[in-house]
Design a protein around this ligand. Structure first.
Ligand code: ARG
Ligand code: ZN
Length: 849
């Protein structure tokens, strides 16, 4: 049954103190809990504690055996008076926990994941984020198997026990919700370092991994220290404990988790060296380490009142990690990457059956709402507020927010209110961004007469499930005019607030023909439609002084030609080819930017622009465009193959050179597959880093050449024992577009190294495959069958991860009739499967909707 935001009620009982005692064993762990419970408000209801697959072995109130009942999964206990100590005892089986929520085993370790509702799989508890407690945690375990025992906060006591066991006691002085509880037990080794905070306190830092992985922790450690410094400088936020621990585990449902003082990470977001990790991996690691660290304030010190407020911590924290990465590397390239991700994942979500507001109104399973909308569109909302308020007032707003709500469970409304109060800016209309789902469509047309340029703007917001007739949003658009002749900006950039359905904006003293540069820096997450001509886009692509707008102009030029070609027009390549050539020849542009700007939009991005998708036609058009670019300037691309960048150089410049060189390699293979295969193979053979190896394999993966097989076999032999690298081997093949790719993916799903239980491996194969539009949507429907089978099988083990594989099928309405039916049929087959989890049920039933 769904839960609704409007039904929120404060907790009936508070729990100021929690004491936990774990007798840790992989097969059977005994958990004793003592909760100090206080009645909240004037009522006489019993205490209700959530559980999930738990049965109480004993329940005591103030030391006496208590009467209790189970109501579904809830433990219901009558309480007399306003305060009591409630003790429960349960047994759980970490080894058998394939959901990876609660306490589970991963590669010989025991670890926890509690957000959102995993704590109730460990012990009975209200398990809601507005119940904050101080925790004292005792762990007992075998000393040889689990020499290291970690929990939140500080270690206060350790000692040996009988039978080769030992114990440790940890206390966390900061009250926290149960979703931030964590413990880890295992044979781990630390990479230790320290950080001195702005007030001069020394914080001990440790990243805990298996001994053999220690050399791969340096990059994450540096990122952690950079993040700590950045949060002090940019937000005035200082770390608050004397200890900060990070643990890497191999089996993890998502990226990482911000548990107070004990972050737990998917090992792919910690471990890296140039031999095994790509530049992308390095960047992702820094971004996720920063993200989890920043949660210490935006999430832990100020947490969420209920899960509808998830974007309060996630949107804000994504925004913070994006800005951190922008400051540490190339600002404009990071912005381009973030917008690409938003468009690739969030726009389709907003435009499909699973669309929901940044602050959802209801859910069946909250795990399904850890979405690109809550995270990435949520981050765009924060960014828009910064744009509207400007930097200084935005900072004043965040200071006020942290000061006002420190130690509390807050709402999205509290955040906006703090921004309003600190800045004196009215954000009432802006709040609609939290309420209305769907990506606004903004039309912009510029007309010129008598020295005046008039910009006509209009907005509309598409209907989404359960929402129609939407109100206009407050949309901040950064606008500038450029001289058509010189390409130089005329006058200052302006921030236009589009607040009406239709609106005009005028610019005086415009005496020469001008070009419109709009939504600069992607100031608002909207779909923009302009009547700018190809000629104008071409000029903007060559000279706009806003790097994002410049990138955008070249992308739009390509997109227009591509969608027209899919619709049956001849492919217009002239303007595109000229724009690409100009970009490549421009000495003032850095290589990373060039690489971004000349890449042809992906097939799924092209599909998103179409009324009805025929994947074969999209594929054909995209190949044709790549070919015309590659054939028009083969020497230019061949020259770029000589760009130098040493593998251990991780500077933005070196990364950019690698990126551009690898784009050039792909273009060379497009121009001439035979030479391309030979070149890619030789790049693979002489690569001194994983970025180049993966890029060369990526090029080869699409080619029918003996070099392909040789390189993939070599890669497998070399890295078969390195799980994170082997994931790349799976996903590269899953994204291949060659003839026979589908059969290869089917075969990989039965490969001895394929493992349904490991989320990284499952995602590497299946999400890689589902993003491969041309192959996944094979007219036979075999792609859909494979995915549906996999969802049904995975759901029995790990519902959260299974549910994440449903959205690719949920796009069924967008496809041509034949595929539409096949996709729908696959969804119906999943819906009919026995014992469906509520996670998959929600995604499938809404998708069929
Ligand atoms: N809070 C974590 C992060 O974004 C993610 C937790 C995801 N939980 C879930 N049930 N999907 O840093
Ligand atoms: Zn987060």
């Amino acid at each position: 049954a769904p839960v609704f935001r409007k039904d929120y009620e404060p907790p009936r009982f508070l729990i100021p103190e929690v004491e936990l005692d774990f007798d840790l064993r992989a097969a059977k762990t005994r958990v004793k809990s003592a909760l100090t419970v206080t009645r909240n408000g004037d009522h006489d209801e019993p205490l209700r504690l959530a559980g999930d697959e738990l049965r109480p072995l004993s329940v005591k109130v103030d030391g006496e055996d208590a009467r209790w009942t189970l109501d579904g999964d809830d433990l219901v206990i009558p309480i007399e008076g306003d305060r009591a100590i409630v003790e429960t005892e349960v047994e759980i089986a970490p080894d058998a926990n394939s959901q990876l929520m609660g306490l589970y085993a991963s590669g010989g370790l025991l670890c926890t994941q509690c957000e959102s509702e995993g704590f109730r799989r460990i012990t009975f508890h209200p398990d809601r984020p507005d119940v904050l407690s101080r925790y004292k945690v005792t762990m007992h375990a075998d000393k040889a198997r689990y020499p290291v025992l970690l929990a939140n906060g500080n270690e206060v006591e350790t000692g040996d026990e009988d039978d080769g066991r030992h114990y440790a006691v940890w206390e966390d002085p900061f009250p926290k919700p149960s979703y931030l509880f964590a413990l880890v037990a295992g044979d781990l080794k630390p990479n230790r370092d320290h950080f001195t905070t702005m007030s001069g306190r020394k914080v001990d830092l440790a990243i805990w991994v298996r001994e053999k992985d220690l050399p791969r922790t340096a990059h994450a450690m540096k990122a952690l220290k950079d993040s700590m410094k950045w949060d002090e400088e940019v937000y005035g936020r200082e770390y608050d404990l004397d200890l900060f621990n990070i643990v890497a585990v191999d089996d993890f449902n998502f990226g990482a988790m911000e548990n107070k003082g004990l972050n737990i990470f998917n090992s792919r977001y910690i471990l890296a060296d140039q031999e095994t990790a790509t530049d992308n991996d390095f960047d992702n690691i820094a971004g996720v380490v920063a993200h989890e660290y920043f949660h210490n304030w935006s999430g832990n010190r100020v947490t969420c009142r209920d899960w509808f407020q998830l974007s309060l911590k996630e949107g804000f924290t994504v925004f913070r990690d994006q800005c951190f990465s922008q400051d540490m590397g190339s600002e404009s390239v990071k912005r381009i990457e973030d917008v690409r991700l938003l468009r690739a994942v969030q726009f389709p979500e907003d435009n499909g059956p699973l669309a929901h507001p940044v602050r959802p109104e209801s859910y069946i399973e909250i795990s399904n709402f850890y979405t690109a909308t809550v995270y990435n569109k949520g981050a765009e909302l924060i960014r828009m507020m910064r744009t509207i308020l400007r930097e200084e007032k935005f900072r004043a707003g965040s200071d006020l927010y942290f000061e006002r709500h420190d130690g509390e469970a807050a709402t999205c409304e509290d955040f906006v209110k703090a921004m309003e109060d600190a800045s004196g800016t009215d954000l009432s209309q802006f709040r609609r961004w939290y309420e209305q789902a769907g990506t606004p469509i903004v039309k912009a047309n510029l007309a010129q007469a008598d020295g005046i340029a008039t910009l006509k703007l209009s907005q509309s917001i598409p209907d989404t499930p359960g929402q129609s007739d939407k109100q206009p949003m407050a949309i901040p658009l950064k606008v500038a005019l450029l001289s058509e002749q010189s390409g130089n900006r005329i006058g200052e950039e302006r921030l236009v607030m589009l607040t009406e359905a239709e609106q005009t904006e005028t610019f005086d003293g415009v005496d020469e023909p001008v070009l419109l540069s709009i939504n600069r820096g992607f100031s608002a997450p909207v779909r923009l439609q302009t009547d700018r001509e190809d000629r104008e886009l071409q000029l903007l692509a060559a000279s706009d002084d806003d790097p994002f707008a410049r990138y955008e102009a070249s992308q739009e030029l390509m997109m227009r030609a591509l969608t027209a070609a899919v619709g049956g027009d001849p492919l217009r390549t002239e303007a595109v080819v000229e724009a690409v050539r100009k970009t490549l020849e421009n000495e003032a542009l850095d290589p990373a930017f060039k690489a971004e700007a000349i890449v042809v939009p992906s097939e799924s991005m092209i599909g998103e622009q179409l009324e009805e998708i025929d994947p074969d036609k999209v594929h054909e058009a995209r190949i044709a465009m790549r070919k015309s670019i590659a054939d028009a300037m083969p020497e230019l691309f061949t020259d770029l193959l000589d760009l130098e960048a040493s593998g251990d150089d991780l500077s933005p410049d070196a990364k950019g050179r690698r990126k551009l060189r690898n784009v050039a390699l792909a273009m060379t293979a497009t121009h001439d597959p035979k030479t391309g295969a030979a070149k890619a193979k030789s790049h693979y053979d002489k690569a001194d880093n994983m970025t180049d190896r993966v890029a060369a394999l990526g090029v080869l993966s699409h080619l029918d050449a003996p070099e392909r097989e040789a390189a993939f076999d070599h890669f497998y032999d070399r890295y078969r024992n390195d799980t994170l690298v082997l994931d790349k081997w799976f996903s590269l093949q899953a994204m291949s577009q060659r003839e026979g790719a589908l059969e290869a993916v089917e075969a990989l799903s039965c490969h001895p190294d394929f493992n349904l239980k490991n989320p990284n491996r499952l995602r590497a194969l299946m999400l890689g495959f589902a993003s491969n539009q041309f192959v996944f949507h094979h007219a036979s429907g075999r792609g859909y069958k494979l995915l549906a089978d996999m969802i049904i099988a995975a759901d029995k083990l790990n519902p959260q991860v299974a549910a994440r594989m449903v959205p690719p099928l949920g796009r069924w309405r967008r496809f041509e009739p034949k595929r539409r039916e096949l996709m729908k049929g696959a969804l119906e087959r999943i819906a009919a499967a026995d014992g469906l989890s509520k996670d998959v049920f929600e995604q499938v039933s809404k998708s069929l909707g």
